[in-house]
Design a protein around this ligand. Structure first.
Ligand SMILES: [Zn+2]
Length: 75
């Protein structure tokens, strides 16, 4: 089963959505700054997550992580 590593730390998740959930739980500058390089805003993702139905914030970030997260194949 492939797993995916957070671009900014060593956190590994088996699903991009879980990784997105981890990511938005981090409030340090490093995690927030990387979002900007992807054209995203931490504040906007959190806002989407709190104010819109469903998991809009997590899903938007998960889409980016599908392209950017390193795949860790643990065999
Ligand atoms: Zn992380």
């Amino acid at each position: 089963m492939p797993k995916y590593r957070c671009p900014m730390c060593r956190k590994i998740c088996s699903e991009h959505l879980d990784l997105a959930r981890h990511y938005l739980g981090q409030t340090d500058k490093k995690h927030k700054e990387w979002l900007k390089t992807q054209g995203l805003s931490y504040a906007e993702l959190i806002k989407a997550q709190v104010t819109e139905f469903g998991n809009k914030g997590y899903e938007a970030l998960a889409e980016v992580l599908k392209k950017e997260a390193v795949v860790v194949d643990e065999g």
